[in-house]
Design a binder for this molecule. Structure first.
Ligand SMILES: Cc1ncc(COP(=O)(O)O)c(C=O)c1O
Length: 296
């Protein structure tokens, strides 16, 4: 495919195909983000984004993230799949609790649902492992999601998206396709990206740079807390003390040469390149210190 949203569309189709008659509902999390096409927008749990685009396609239900009881409570005979991010990127860099995804796996087994993980933002090394879900499952074991979607980093700027699915639940030829899907330029770019990422051990780079960035963020004035995995990090800002929202802080950072975004009213997201240097991390910390410290 050509994008993240198209890969999620494919996952939703897999859910419906495997669910069969009367079982088509995909349960996803509040604050999740899965794309901007009509179906992926409805899967998206940022409900404020739905308003202008009604009616959205039927078959989506949202539950609080990291709440296994709420998930179990939402499952009935109309459900076909659970769709989750390992770390909610757009929703505020909310990391899955230690046992959550394994419990989701058990629930999916119990109710015969597909467990689908959206790795569009977290995939390909960003979190310090190749895929975010790998933080939660034994890497040697065969307990894993049924469907994994990816895009963004796969082409390193060249549009491409992809779905992994277990053989038993995958598409057969012709069920999901697009003119440019798998076209030689994008596929060559993805092969080159993967070769390079493997050669430099990009997940390990993200892990060590992420540890360093996280540690240094906690020393910046008015940073109350930092959370995330690898190089997908949010810094919680004392917005009351500085009298600025995270969005306004992000704008000041941009003017000073640092690209971050206000991912909630009070949190800044930092997602630098996986090969970010120590010098760039120090420069970023200096800019943030100037922007935040200067306002106290
Ligand atoms: C977790 C997640 N899923 C899906 C998407 C949609 O991907 P795209 O913008 O390539 O359609 C995004 C984009 O930010 C994302 O972060």
């Amino acid at each position: 495919m050509n994008s993240g949203a198209e890969s999620i569309e494919g996952a939703i189709k897999l859910a419906r195909k495997n669910g069969g008659d009367g079982r088509h509902v995909v349960v996803s999390a509040l604050k999740s983000f899965h794309g901007r096409t009509l179906a992926t927008l409805h899967a998206t749990g940022k409900l404020e984004m739905h308003g202008a685009f009604q009616p959205l396609p039927d078959g989506f239900r949202h539950v609080p993230y990291n709440d296994i009881e709420a998930l179990e409570g939402a499952i009935d005979s109309s459900c076909a799949a659970v769709l989750l991010e390992a770390v909610q990127g757009e929703g505020g860099v909310n990391v899955a609790d230690a046992d959550y995804l394994a419990e989701v796996r058990s629930l999916c087994d119990k109710h015969n649902l597909l467990m689908m993980i959206d790795e569009v933002q977290t995939g390909l090394g960003r979190t310090g492992k190749w895929f975010g879900w790998q933080h939660y499952f034994d890497p040697e074991g065969d307990v894993r999601p049924d469907v994994v979607t990816m895009a963004k980093a796969l082409g390193n700027g060249v549009p491409i998206g992809a779905i992994w699915a277990k053989k038993e639940v995958a598409f057969t030829a012709g069920e999901h396709a697009t003119t440019f899907g798998g076209q030689p330029l994008a596929a060559s770019a993805a092969r080159a990206v993967l070769r390079t990422m493997e050669a430099i051990d990009a997940p390990q780079m993200a892990k060590s740079a992420g540890d360093e960035l996280m540690g240094k963020l906690l020393t910046v004035p008015h940073v109350l807390d930092a959370r995330g995995l690898g190089l997908l990090i949010a810094a919680e800002i004392d917005t009351a003390a500085i009298g600025k929202s995270a969005g306004e802080v992000a704008l000041s950072c941009l003017e000073a040469g640092l690209v971050v975004n206000g991912v909630t009213a009070s949190a800044l997201r930092l997602a630098p390149p996986l090969n970010v240097s120590k010098e760039h991390i120090d420069e970023a910390i200096q800019i943030l210190t100037n922007v935040l410290g200067g306002e106290s």
